[in-house]
Design a protein around this ligand. Structure first.
Ligand SMILES: [Zn+2]
Length: 298
């Protein structure tokens, strides 16, 4: 089977890399994957993964569904409360950056549809793209959303969206350039592109190293820090307008990382290190566990 490997850095076109970390897929397979680092810009890439036609098996976990439905367990319970809060925060961020109360939004990798449902309830015209059949079925039955499979993305009408959003999705996409070109084509002239991804320059990433839950190999192919995301946007015809923190990710990712380390006192230690991460992000937004980037077309 063909493996997916990158020899030219998608951020800076550099072609020299060194091994950065060897990480374990704690979520599904327990297999190990190397992450390499671009020697020029520091961008990090998971090596030797399955191509997009064959990576599906690494997404088959009961945990994905329980993520959406279960309310048992403290971490899940916190997760649900936080999600409710974050949905409102995301919507307000979209409204503020687009400078409109309603408009057309395309959410790529929309998952089970919670975010798009929030936008729809506040009057937005919504289009969702989602690879997983199960997630699309969930969104239909729960929210009556008619989300589309991935191949439909490339058939959508150009210059028809005020906002294109990807919440923790870009790091999963094999064909970065093809997708960025498509987002540019689909956005209106003054449209905004919103991308949230984990930040490998955060305190929690530096602290947990190969146990950092947001490396999430092999599902996360690309690992950005703010400088690299800015450069990546520019390379693809976008200008970075602003970036924002996702403070709860500091806690959630730290707790999950402690679980992967099989620590005792997982919760306590996760909250402790999550707090340090969060406090550092108050001083410097570029150090948050996850960062939301807002781009406009150049
Ligand atoms: Zn590079």
């Amino acid at each position: 089977m063909a493996k997916f490997n990158i020899h030219i850095c998608p951020v800076c076109n550099g072609n020299e890399f060194s091994t950065f970390l060897t990480c374990t897929d704690f979520f599904v397979s327990d297999e190990k994957f190397d992450i390499k680092k671009c020697n020029s810009c520091g961008f990090k890439i998971t090596e030797n993964i399955e191509d997009e036609n064959n990576i599906g098996s690494y997404y088959q976990s009961e945990n994905y569904i329980s993520h959406s439905n279960t309310t048992t367990g403290f971490v899940n319970s916190v997760y649900h409360r936080v999600r409710k809060y974050m949905l409102g925060r995301k919507r307000r961020l979209v409204e503020k950056t687009a400078a409109m109360q309603t408009g057309n939004i395309l959410d790529v990798g929309t998952g089970t549809g919670f975010f798009l449902n929030e936008m729809k309830e506040y009057g937005w015209h919504v289009t969702g793209i989602e690879k997983s059949d199960d997630a699309r079925k969930f969104a239909k039955s729960e929210f009556n959303l008619d989300n589309l499979p991935t191949e439909e993305l490339f058939k959508l009408k150009e210059k028809s969206y005020d906002v294109v959003s990807l919440w923790h999705v870009l790091e999963h996409i094999h064909q970065l350039k093809e997708n960025m070109d498509t987002f540019s084509r689909l956005l209106k002239t003054d449209g905004k592109l919103i991308i949230a991804v984990p930040n490998h320059d955060s305190y929690d990433a530096r602290h947990y190293k190969e146990y950092w839950a947001a490396y999430d190999v092999p599902r996360h192919i690309w690992h950005f820090a703010p400088d690299q995301m800015k450069q990546f946007g520019e390379k693809n015809g976008f200008k970075l307008m602003s970036f924002h923190t996702m403070p709860f990710d500091s806690f959630y990712v730290s707790m999950l990382s402690e679980k992967y380390k099989k620590s005792s006192f997982t919760l306590f230690k996760g909250i402790f290190h999550g707090t340090i991460s969060w406090m550092e992000s108050l001083l410097n937004r570029g150090k948050c566990s996850s960062v939301i980037y807002v781009f406009e077309k150049n």
